[in-house]
Design a protein around this ligand. Structure first.
Ligand code: GN1
Ligand code: MG
Length: 534
């Protein structure tokens, strides 16, 4: 058929480097940008098929996220703004790795398996979309990843979620924020002030745009705004979380409230240094705790009987899980690493707060929850002032949140509003519970797939004996926990350990790294005791 000839011709202009094999991982394809030309072309093809299948607009995001500048990535966004459906991830991998001459049959295989309409009319449309720059319905240029997710959802819900423009996004979020902080008593300029590390990425530019809609409800100083530093280099949310220290390029005075975005602004972590110059990190777990506590209190005040839960991964600090379950009485679920797993689990509740410890997260409200909140907020009859006020705050909270995906800008507005309403300082927030000291390490092995895990990645089922070894090591420390899993985005095995002291956490992480090295085919030098490794 004509369109396939055209695809063949075009694809030869974007050849696949010989021998290159890539996998659509946790966050799409990601590698050095030099090797991604054919991937971009082929993901355009896949997006057309996905759009045909779902009869909806599909998003394509090109981003390095939290990775170094020379890396890049591409991922597709499904109709409601969620991550690409799992079955299609394997189609993406198949298309990406097909040799030039296999590309058409790979496309045909997808078309057949998914029963995509091949009628004449559909073929003509398909042909047009295949060949005319893949038929972009909108090209948004530079936006944050969550802004794209948001706009895809707006497009496919005929504007019910909001206007499918960046302007519409700012208006919706900022209006909700302004309404929310109407509930905060008079704040000083100091209390309104926040230092933001933009990771030299798109978040810095977009925050600056958003500020013009905020009407002085928040004052920010933006560091690492991309005017000189390199993307994610010694800065950004991932650096701050993993290194447990402030980014370079930011002036932090004791007590200043600071936050870092990652390069595409879908992650956020907060931090401050105290008067002793000690650094305190408020990561995804502390954020989930702050938000879920706020929501739970409002639900009680509003008299709404809705099921609220927090979804975490095995990387969540044990103290956060303990606090949520035992002090807050909130249901906690643990899923595998990767936002799509958390998102999926959060959908099972009326109010599902999900955060990875690294600061990627959001809140999902069920249709029933939104309806009940809305009804109560609009009820002008008999409900008392407290219930009404709580319902209105819940309504604004729903609107300030980007439910499609974790969003640094939206999360930041919500956190700032909660702190303002509660009159809470960053130190008070930090004192809600104390993190268990922890350590993350990486071990290189010849094939990380030899490690298979179960129980939301908390236990290794292979290679034989590894889990027993880990269990034995954990027993040597107090309040200790450790697990290992193959990374989905890097060619390493990740080791996590926590214990009562930093020394113990470091020692346990090292012990477990050695066990992985010895039992799972470690390559290179044996892991050395800590402080020589990061
Ligand atoms: C420990 C950790 O932070 N892992 C990250 C990282 O996945 P790995 O599979 O661990 O490489 O990148 C993912 C994509 O951004 C993110 O979802 C996940 O949380
Ligand atoms: Mg990111």
């Amino acid at each position: 058929m004509a369109q396939f000839e055209e695809v063949s011709k075009q694809s030869s202009l974007h050849p696949k480097p010989a021998g290159l094999v890539l996998q659509y991982g946790t966050a799409g394809f990601r590698t050095n940008s030099k090797h991604l030309d054919h991937i971009m072309f082929r993901m355009g093809l896949l997006a057309v098929l996905r759009s045909k299948k779902t009869k909806a607009t599909i998003g394509i995001m090109v981003t390095a996220s939290h990775n170094p500048e020379e890396d890049n990535g591409v991922k597709l966004v499904d109709p409601m703004g969620e991550m690409l459906a799992a079955a299609w991830e394997s189609y993406a991998t198949m298309l990406a790795n097909a040799e030039q001459e296999e590309l058409i049959s790979a496309l045909n295989e997808i078309i057949e398996k998914e029963e995509i309409d091949k009628s004449q009319e559909a073929s003509e449309q398909q042909c047009q979309s295949f060949t005319s720059s893949f038929g972009w319905s909108s090209y948004y240029g530079l936006v944050t990843t969550p802004q794209l997710h948001y706009m895809v959802c707006c497009k496919n819900t005929q504007g019910k979620y909001g206007d499918a423009t960046v302007e519409g996004y700012y208006k919706k979020l900022c209006q909700a924020f302004t309404q929310l902080i109407g509930n905060a008593s008079n704040r000083t300029d100091d209390q309104k002030h926040l230092c933001v590390d933009g990771a030299n990425g798109i978040g810095a530019l977009k925050l600056r745009e958003m500020m013009t809609h905020l009407n002085k409800g928040l004052q920010v100083t933006i560091f690492n705004d991309g005017s000189k530093g390199k993307l994610n280099h010694q800065c950004g949310a991932d650096f701050v979380k993993v290194q447990q220290k402030p980014p370079t390029g930011i002036q932090v005075n004791p007590g200043d409230r600071c936050c870092s975005f990652d390069g595409d602004a879908d992650r956020i972590v907060y931090y401050f240094t105290d008067s002793q110059q000690v650094f305190h990190l408020l990561d995804g777990d502390k954020i989930a705790t702050l938000i879920s506590t706020f929501l739970k209190e409002l639900l009680i005040q509003a008299g709404l009987n809705l099921r609220i839960a927090v979804v975490q991964t095995a990387y969540a600090n044990g103290s956060s899980t303990h606090y949520l379950e035992n002090t807050m009485n909130v249901t906690v679920r643990c899923t595998k690493t990767g936002v799509k797993h958390l998102h999926h689990a959060a959908l099972e509740f009326d109010v599902g707060v999900y955060f990875e410890a690294n600061g990627h997260g959001t809140v999902l409200f069920s249709k029933a929850a939104e309806d009940q909140i809305q009804q109560l907020a609009q009820d002008s009859s008999s409900i008392d002032d407290e219930r009404k006020r709580a319902a209105l705050m819940l309504q604004s909270t729903v609107n300030v949140i980007n439910q499609t995906v974790g969003d640094a800008l939206s999360d930041m507005l919500l956190i700032e509003a909660i702190l303002a309403i509660k009159g809470m300082t960053v130190e008070q927030w930090d004192r809600i519970y104390t993190d268990l000291p922890n350590r993350q390490l990486k071990v290189k092995v010849s094939d990380r797939r030899v490690i298979d895990t179960t129980d939301a990645e908390r236990r290794a089922v292979s290679p034989a004996g590894l889990q027993d070894a880990i269990d034995g090591l954990v027993k040597n420390y107090r309040n200790a926990r450790s697990f290992v899993r193959p990374s989905g985005t890097e060619d390493v095995v990740r080791v996590y350990a926590e214990a009562d002291t930093q020394e113990s956490a470091d020692a346990l992480a090292h012990d477990v790294s050695l066990a992985v090295y010895r039992r799972a085919g470690g390559v290179g030098e044996e892991p050395k005791p800590l402080h020589s490794q990061t």
